[in-house]
Design a protein around this ligand. Structure first.
Ligand SMILES: [Mg+2]
Ligand SMILES: [Zn+2]
Length: 227
């Protein structure tokens, strides 16, 4: 259940339509593409072929992640250690602070795995709702699962369009922050797009209204303008 979009803001006692901030994780909150570098570290060589097939649109991200997991030998302890080495954009702390101060819901939506996202956020003292794929460790084998697959576009393992649309349908003005190819389905559902890197290039090419950001410090400036 999502919180109602129109409610009394306790800070100002005024009623207003709320924004929601929905943020990608890999390359946006985490500096690195954590999923990719995890597979780069623990999977056998053909993992990169699966990613290439996905980039070229020949397979969806569910199939890509399933292939990558099959090629990987790693334990939960490996994931913990790997996650403890990951940096986040320091601006994310300020984004979290701004959303709390303004009673704006914030969620992370990722086509990676919730397990490393929770570990990394926890390591940085953060607790933010997260919608992502799941992975279980059976010894050193990985068993992925995709709780939102059926509700998405059929190509994404966890379609960001589905999650952003849920907020929009509940009456929110949706602000999406992302950096890459796994964010494309979020674009038509977003009222405000803050885009880094490949996602900003894509928006430019396709003439999709967006603000190009270098990092979450830039994102915070845009959020402050929203009021
Ligand atoms: Mg990303
Ligand atoms: Zn999708």
């Amino acid at each position: 259940m999502l919180p109602p979009a129109r409610r009394i803001c306790p800070a100002t006692m005024s009623s207003r339509v709320d924004h929601v901030v929905i943020c990608d994780f890999d390359g946006t909150v985490a500096r690195a593409d954590v999923g990719n570098s995890f597979f780069g570290t623990f999977a056998e060589a053909p993992w990169a072929d699966a990613v290439q097939e996905w980039k070229e649109g020949r397979i969806g991200s569910k199939e890509c992640l399933e292939k990558e997991c099959r090629l990987t030998t790693a334990t939960l302890e490996d994931l913990r250690r790997f996650s403890s080495l990951q940096d986040i954009d320091p601006g994310f702390h300020d984004v979290v602070g701004w959303t709390r101060e303004h009673y704006v819901p914030l969620a992370i939506v990722s086509d990676g795995f919730r397990e490393y996202i929770s570990l990394i956020l926890g390591n940085h003292g953060l607790d933010v709702p997260c919608f992502a794929n799941r992975v279980e460790f059976k010894g050193s084998r990985l068993r992925p699962s995709f709780p939102y697959f059926e509700r998405g576009c059929g190509r994404c393992a966890n379609c960001k369009g589905f999650h952003v649309r849920r907020y929009r349908d509940a009456g929110y003005r949706t602000v999406f922050i992302g950096d890459g190819l796994s964010d494309l389905c979020a674009l038509p559902e977003s009222d405000v797009v803050l885009a880094k890197n490949e996602l900003a290039d894509h928006c430019e090419r396709e003439k999709i209204p967006h603000t190009r950001i270098a990092d979450l410090g830039d994102a915070l400036h845009v959020l402050r303008e929203l009021g």
